[in-house]
Structure formats: C-alpha cells, structure tokens
Design a protein around this ligand. Structure first.
Ligand code: RP5
Length: 159
C-alpha cells in the first residue's frame, strides 16, 4: 500500500458520477485512492472511524464531495490535520450553489480548500491533491509535468 494515498469521500452514492472525475485523474497519474460513501449526517460514526485510521492507512489528502447543505468537508476537516479539499456537488434544486456556499464559507480556524461546482471541480481537486503529494514525490511531479504537456498538445492551434 502506498503511503501517499488520497481518500475520496462522498455524501451519497449518487455523488459518484461527479466524484469519479477525481478518481479518474488520480488513476491516470498513478496515485492510489480509497473511495468511500460517508455522509456527515447519515453515517457520522463511519466518518469518525475512517478518520481515526486514515493516516495509518497512508491517506495523505482527503477530497470530500457533497451536495445540498454540504457539511462533509467541514466535519472531516474538524477531525483531522490532513489537508481537506471540498467539491460542491450540483445535484440540488439550487444546482450546487447551496453546496458551494456551505463548503467555502468555513468559519476561521478549520480550513477547507474549496473547488468549483461539479465534475470540473472534482477533476481539479484530484489534480491539486496530486500536486500536494508531488512536493515529496519527484516521480509524481514528473508525471504531473507530462500530464500538462499532453493536455497542451491536445489544444488545436486553430478551430
Ligand atoms: C448530500 O445530500 C449528498 O452529498 C448528496 O449530494 C445529497 C443528496 O443525497 P441523496 O439523497 O441523493 O443520497 O448528503
């Protein structure tokens, strides 16, 4: 098991369609993930149990995706010193604006790094988690550089 794993938590199995974007980009970069459905309000004990052993299990960064009055990232951050990245899910009648505000507006003292609403936010959270890990992993840093180069090569010069 790698000591540099990323925990990907989501409040509902219904969030997986969005959070898979984080899982997929981390797989491309060769970063191991531990993907769980954990709700801050429906399964609060499951969250505490996961965080109690997360560091021993090699989790170095946690990405949390949740919709509506999304408090998963904030409650996770309250229980760990690991960096927590929050992804607001766009599955509500307010199209994720509710989750964005709930995730980004953490009171001072318990930070959550908040990403954009939906799939692009999940993808960027995955990339950002890899960039955090790359600070201590030169091979991953190289793969991230190659990923950027491949991405640039796919952009046409003209429409
Ligand atoms: C949040 O409530 C979840 O993250 C999900 O986005 C939203 C609705 O959950 P479901 O009713 O679809 O399970 O806890």
């Amino acid at each position: 098991m790698s000591p540099n794993r990323v925990g990907i938590l989501m409040g509902s199995a219904n969030d997986h369609g969005v959070m898979k974007a984080a899982e997929d980009v981390l797989a491309v970069l060769g970063v191991e993930t531990d993907v769980r459905v954990i709700s801050a309000h429906r399964t609060p004990e499951r969250l505490v149990r996961f965080l109690e052993t997360a560091e021993q299990e090699g989790i170095a960064v946690v990405i949390c995706g949740a919709g509506m009055s999304a408090h998963l990232a904030g409650v996770t951050a309250a229980h760990t010193l690991l960096p927590v990245l929050g992804v607001p899910i766009d599955g509500s009648p307010l199209n994720g604006l509710d989750a964005l505000l709930a995730t980004v507006q953490m009171p001072g003292g318990i930070p959550v790094a908040t990403f954009g609403i939906g799939k692009s936010g999940a993808k960027n959270a995955g990339l950002f988690a890899a960039q955090i890990l790359a600070a201590g992993d030169p091979a991953l840093r190289k793969r991230l550089g190659e990923y950027r180069e491949e991405q640039a090569a796919k952009v046409p010069e003209r429409p």
